[in-house]
Design a protein around this ligand. Sequence first.
Ligand SMILES: [Zn+2]
Length: 223
Amino acid sequence: MTQDQDPDTLVWRHDMQTWRAEMDRHAHQRRRQIIINALVLLLVGLLIWAVWPRTAGATGLHLDCPASVYFSPRGGAEAALVREIGAARQSVHVLAFSFTSQPIITALRQAAARGVAVAVVVNKSQDSARYAALRQGLPVRVDWAHAIAHNKVMILDEATVVTGSFNFTKSAEQRNAENLVIARCPNLAQLYLRDWEKHQAHSVAPGQRPAKKRVKASIGGGR
Ligand SMILES: [Zn+2]
């Protein structure tokens, strides 16, 4: 009997073959599991990407509407804005990063007093007792949902859009280099209004800073 035919050796070989087959089977299962995991991860990633809050814009707009443009400093932007607010008949929706210009605040107060619906959403940096006193009488809410709520937008009578780099501050008119566009474009105004509504919905009353968790959860809310 050769060593190859030794029963112990045969048993040992059989065990080795069984062990190898078992290992191959395990390796195959592991590879399959890795592929399944990767596919699941990809699917979850795609799902998160699909539902992750993002700001919808609009492309392909054809704008054919009268507009005015102003450049600071001392280019008349503030005076033009005050005139626009003075001419508003139904509503003024405001998104402001900074909102301390006395002439603009006064114009908004006067608009509210003659029955125009005025509503303001400001950046969280504007949530202080001093600013609240400055804007007393105006309905202001504070947007905590972003690193910075950097918009400088007014929508007048849901038909005119005011936007640009121009903050609603004294400095923007007197010291800074800024630009302001006033466009009488109802279709554009509707887009800006939808965006305003989104921010308004997740904003809070002054002095009501939400807990961190709530701030995160509220991002993208009210869409
Ligand atoms: Zn917001």
